[in-house]
Design a binder for this molecule. Sequence first.
Ligand code: RIB
Ligand code: CA
Length: 353
Amino acid sequence: MKYIRKAIACLTAAAVLLLCGCGAVDPNNFFGSAQDNAPQKHKVIIDTDTGSDDAAALILAASSDKLDILGVTVLYGNVPTDNAADNALMTLEVCNVKVPVYIGADKPLKKERKEMVSVHGSDGMGDQDLIHPHSSAEKGDAVDFILDTIKSDPGNVEIIALGPLTNIALALKKDPDTMKLCKRIWVMGTPGFGDGNATPVAEFNVYSDAEAYDAVLRAELPMTVLGFDMAATEEARLTKDDMEILALGNEKGVFMSKAFSKLFAFNQESGQNMTLPDPMAVACLIWPDVVLETKACYGEVCTDDDDTYGQVILYQKGVVYEAMPEIGSYNLDVVTKIDADLFKYNFMSVMTD
Ligand code: RIB
Ligand code: CA
C-alpha cells in the first residue's frame, strides 16, 4: 500500500512538472492563490438617515471583510440631514475607517417632513454628547455620487438603504437608465408581513416618504426587503443585559450603549426589548446564513393622504388573490424567516470584539 501511495506521489509530481514546463500552470499558484478563491466583496453604497440603529449597521458593515464600502450617502429621517451626516462621520471615526460621506435629501419628494417622535433622541444618537466628528462630508451631492458610482462600475454596485428612499428616488428621476445598472438594493423598510411602527400599517422609512417608495417600486429594480417584522423577532432584540455588556466593552460597545440609550428606553416604554432593524439589513448581506427564507413578491405602496399612507401591500409570487392587481415583476425578495440567534450572536461578537 505504501508503495502505491509513493507511486501516485511520483506521478503527480511528474504531471505538475510537465504542466509547469509547458507553461500551462503557474508553479507558484498551482492550487490557486487564496485571493483567486476568496468570494468577491460586495461593492456597496450605504444610504442612511443615521439614527442609532443605522450607526450600529455602519459598524457591522465597516467591520466586515465581505463589503467594500464605496461611500455613505445620508438624508433626513431619524434626524435632519446634517445631523445624519455628523452621526455617520462620527461612527466611521469610531470604526477607524475612511469612507466618503455625501449629503443628500433634506425633505421628502413631495411633502414636508412629518413630525414624529425622536425615538433615537434629538441628535439621533441618544443625546449623550457623542457627536464631535473631526472629518466633514464631501462637497459633492449624494444623488450625483450614487449615479457616478453606478455608472463607473455597471452591474456591480449595490445599495444598502437604511432610511427613506428619497435619495434613490431622486437618482431614478435624474438618470433612470443608470439606476437600472444598480446590481441590487438591500432595503430596511416596510412592515414585511407584520405590523407597522410609524402607524399600525406603515413602517417609518416608507411612511417618511411613500412617494419615494412608490417611485422605487415602479422602477422594478432587484431588491431584498428586510421588513420590520423580522427585526421584531424577540430573539433578535437587544436586552438590558446586552446593553450592560456593551457599556462595559470596548470603544465601539460603549459608544453604541450610549447611542442606543434613548431607543432602548423608547422600546422599554412598551415593555419590549430593543429592535435592531438596520443592523439586520446589513446582516442579510454579510451573514447570508441569517436569512432562512425569502419570498418573491410584487409590491404596491399607498400614497393617499389617509390612514393607509405608507402601507406596502405585498403580493406573493405563486399566490392567486381574488383581487389580483396588474402585476409588474416579482422583483422584491422579502425576507420571511431569519436565524435570530445567529444574528444576535454575530452582532454582539462584532460589538464586543
Ligand atoms: O422602521 C425602522 C427604520 O426607521 C430604521 O431604519 C430606523 O433607523 C428608522 O430609519
Ligand atoms: Ca435608519
